[in-house]
Design a protein around this ligand. Structure first.
Ligand code: ADP
Ligand code: DP6
Ligand code: CO
Length: 355
């Protein structure tokens, strides 16, 4: 009965929200980005994926993935690439130690839950594929480093490579044609700047109209602004942002974060046909952050929007009252802020995020 045994592993992965956005692929097949990007991993926020993977020779083929209770198509190239690479690493272990059970030959069953809106611009693909890759690596007892796993997760969803690390994380676009150096690297651990906080405003939990994958491909194909952004604007900002983080310079961190979010959304608008991810409530959030900063006389809050209308606002713990206080005051009193899910605001202001 030994060969009927079920092997199982569980893990959880947090979302990361980019302050320098990834948008555009130079190689859609290998999922290689046109530009490098940089994010903060929100490890102690409420936004997480929980994933369990099991395998057994008693499972009927083929591999399966259930996301939030619904069976998903795993035949897509992205999921297949992750499964294939992880199996390959397991197979190498099995070949060098014949006593190991042949997990690489068994069908995989993956069950995943996001405790936040999926495909709504809150980085579900990032937490989702980071968790998927890590849980199978754990199941297979691989000794891979987070960098190696980030290279695999990148093929599932680009932003996922950054969720394998905590703290401040860069995804270096790399130069190799096979993508071997297109991986995530730690810029600084969370302990370097532990005062950073993120306020998440769920403007809409609805699935976005244009997925990140198809949106960025349309931008690459049609936007003339995009070349300027990818070739000149982002490389310069990557350096400014790394320095701001190493110097714990919130003023620069905030300014560059907001400008990069606006630059990314400008290329979406410059796409033909145009893509609108931000809505009027998103714009109201932008104006509120501007008011907060004007009242403070300096930048104490920085907004950023992924491919969706939901706002993430970075601030330092010392400015909790000025930033979160104002947003809480208007929550529920303005159209759109209350949300149907009961809690339109999720904040990690009590708990610090960390690795
Ligand atoms: P988001 O802004 O939420 O990242 P995307 O358009 O980038 O939206 O990706 C959404 C897709 O990511 C989903 O339709 C699904 O295919 C995939 N995804 C999301 N969560 C998970 C998960 N937990 N496990 C596997 N795949 C996931
Ligand atoms: C706006 O990583 O979701 O959130 O690689 O096609 O899965 P795929 O795209 P994805 O794109 C994320 C875009 C973004 C910016 C960012 O996270 O850097
Ligand atoms: Co995504």
């Amino acid at each position: 009965m030994g060969d009927q045994q079920v092997f199982r592993a569980s893990t959880t992965a947090p979302v990361n929200i980019a302050v320098i956005k990834y948008w555009g692929k130079r190689d859609p097949k290998l999922n290689l980005p046109t530009n490098s990007s940089l994010s903060v991993t929100l490890a102690q926020s409420d936004l997480r994926t929980h994933t369990t993977a099991s395998c057994s020779s008693s499972f009927s083929s083929p591999d399966s993935l259930i996301l939030n209770g619904s069976p998903q198509d795993v035949s897509g190239a992205r999921t297949q690439a992750c499964f294939r690479e992880l199996r390959q690493l397991r197979k190498q272990m099995e070949e060098s130690d014949s006593k190991l059970p042949k997990l690489s030959q068994m069908p995989l069953r993956v069950v995943s839950e996001n405790n936040f809106p999926t495909a709504a611009g809150l980085a579900s693909s990032a937490a989702g594929f980071a968790a998927l890759v890590r849980v199978i690596a754990d199941l297979y007892q691989l000794s891979s480093t987070p960098t190696e796993l980030s290279r695999i997760a990148r093929q599932g969803s680009g932003s996922a490579c950054r969720s394998l690390f905590g703290g401040y994380v860069a995804w270096e676009k790399g130069t190799e044609v096979d993508g071997s150096d297109s991986v995530a690297v730690e810029v600084a651990p969370v302990s370097h700047w532990p005062e950073m906080r993120a306020l998440i405003l769920v403007v809409s939990a609805e699935k976005k109209g244009v997925s990140s994958t198809s949106g960025m491909q349309a931008t690459v194909a049609t936007s003339t602004l995009f070349t300027e952004r990818a070739e000149r604007t982002v490389p310069k900002r990557m350096e400014e942002m790394k320095k701001a983080i190493l110097d714990r310079d919130f003023d620069t961190f905030g300014k560059v974060t907001m400008r990069d979010s606006n630059s990314f959304h400008a290329t979406c608008l410059d796409t033909d046909p145009p893509i609108f991810y931000m809505n009027d409530v998103s714009q109201a959030a932008v104006r509120m952050v501007e008011e907060i900063n004007e009242a403070a006389g300096r930048v104490i809050a920085a907004y950023t929007f992924d491919a969706g209308p939901n706002a993430v606002i970075y601030y330092l713990a010392e400015n909790e009252h000025a930033v979160v206080g104002l947003f809480k005051n208007v929550l529920g009193s303005k159209d759109g802020w209350a949300g149907s899910r009961g809690s339109a605001v999720k904040s990690n202001s009590e708990a610090k995020f960390n690795a």
